[in-house]
Design a binder for this molecule. Structure first.
Ligand SMILES: Nc1nc2c(ncn2[C@@H]2O[C@H](COP(=O)(O)OP(=O)(O)OP(=O)(O)O)[C@@H](O)[C@H]2O)c(=O)[nH]1
Ligand SMILES: [Mg+2]
Length: 409
């Protein structure tokens, strides 16, 4: 739409709440992630405000006292941006913007902003633009009043209702237009996909920043943009990969994240079609991340949402080179041994018994550790799919043997 919001090197303050279903610890994890998102968008976090409450205040999200505290801090430290971890309702956003002398964003805003910065192709840009407009539509009133106030309009009056209505109509028209544009591209992409013929289709899925593109590069010998930032990849890349004369298509897609804005899931529908139409999923996990099990759950939830949770899946636990267990002191009776103290081997046992030995593999994509095992497992899974589809082809693809593993490609 609308240019991406410039929030480069802005001083930002984060706000989150502790509730019955969100513990203090969970909140800090979410805020860590929000801070990473803020950095990715080009901001610098200087403070976090948290509050315990049963449920968010419907008018201002946080309570009155907390809001005053935040207001004071913003004034004193010349803060540019206030970022809430949860999605604000249009009313909350309106009230907060009125009261505070800085930009008020929420997690959805921030993710949309990063997507806008990163969208490379016209298709990705169209998808992001659609998501932005859908986010904007119910918030128009508040934004206009806010603009009026900044322009120094009389009192706090917004534009007349008619003006807001006209504006809504413009936005709605634009949304319809973008949807049409996306539908056209979707049709083209569906045709392209159907032209790919009979090759087995494999999709890399996983939380953002886990190493999907790195793995794509390592397996497919291609160059896909890799970066230690969130959402490095927005567009789907598809490569033909051959493991021991067995060819298949491998696609790299947008990473998932907790509290992924629904508008985004919807507008990235066709990017996710690649996942939906895949025969096999490679679910990549960053095992060096302290919350990797949470990430697995979020990814599984999104897979469920897009009805792709019943596909054959290999869990790829990546970054074993960076994995560090918490130290455990046997002598210390106060500390109970938990999964935080697990060695990689214990994780292996846990997950292999959970999903089956053939469906989990522990690797390092950068160090290429255990790549042989990875290739083997992917080969077998692809071969299985291939021979159920083309039984007469069975003899073409013998079982994987290690000795001639290096001659492929
Ligand atoms: N230590 C370590 N770092 C890794 C490994 N694999 C990937 N990385 C790093 O993790 C970061 C993210 O890698 P990407 O490949 O961009 O991750 P992605 O899953 O494609 O991320 P998005 O596209 O943002 O969803 C980069 O800095 C990589 O260098 C690994 O095996 N070990
Ligand atoms: Mg990527």
């Amino acid at each position: 739409m609308l240019e991406k919001e410039e929030i480069n090197y802005e001083k930002a303050v984060l706000v989150g709440i502790v509730t019955q279903n969100q513990s203090e610890e969970k909140l800090q994890e979410y805020l860590d992630e929000l801070e990473f998102l803020t950095q990715t968008a080009g901001g610098e976090v200087v403070k976090r405000f948290t509050q315990k409450m049963d449920k968010p205040n419907p008018k201002t999200f946080v309570g009155t006292g907390k809001l005053e505290e935040i207001e004071l801090y913003i004034k004193e430290h010349k803060i540019d941006t206030l970022i809430f971890d949860d999605e604000l309702s249009p009313a909350q956003q309106k009230n907060l913007s009125r009261q505070l002398d800085c930009k008020v964003l929420d997690r959805t805003n921030l993710i949309l902003d990063i997507f806008a910065q990163r969208a490379q192709t016209s298709y990705a840009r169209t998808q992001v633009e659609l998501a932005q407009f859908q986010y904007l539509l119910p918030r128009l009133t508040g934004m206009w009043t806010h603009l009026e106030r900044q322009r120094g309009g009389i009192g706090m009056r917004g534009p007349g209702e008619t003006e807001i209505e006209t504006d809504r109509r413009i936005v709605r028209d634009r949304i319809a237009l973008l949807k049409e544009k996306i539908r056209t591209i979707d049709r083209q992409m569906a045709v392209q996909r159907s032209n790919r013929g009979a090759m087995v289709r494999v999709a890399l899925v996983g939380y953002t920043n886990v190493g999907k593109s790195t793995l794509m590069n390592a397996l497919g010998k291609s160059e896909v943009f890799v970066e230690n930032k969130l959402f490095a990849t927005l567009d789907t890349t598809v490569r033909k990969v051959v493991i021991k004369n067995l060819p298949f298509l491998l696609s790299d897609t947008v990473g998932f994240i907790r509290k992924l804005p629904t508008q985004l899931v919807e507008s990235f529908k066709s990017t996710l079609d690649e996942v939906r139409e895949a025969d096999l999923l490679l679910h990549v996990v960053d095992i060096s991340h302290p919350e990797f099990e949470d990430h697995i759950e979020s990814v599984n939830q999104i897979l469920k949402d897009i009805k792709s949770d019943d596909k054959p899946t290999i869990m790829i636990f990546n970054k074993i080179d960076a994995y560090k267990a918490d130290e455990f002191d046997e002598e210390d009776l106060m500390i109970e041994r938990t999964s935080k103290h697990y060695s990689i081997n214990e994780w292996k046992n846990t997950w292999m018994s959970k999903v089956g030995e053939n469906n989990a593999v522990f690797i390092s994509a950068t160090e290429k550790d255990n790549f042989e095992e990875l290739r083997h497992k992917v080969y077998e899974a692809v071969r299985q799919i291939h021979i159920t589809r083309f039984p007469y082809n069975n003899f073409l693809y013998p079982e994987y043997t290690e000795n001639d593993a290096t001659e492929e490609q």
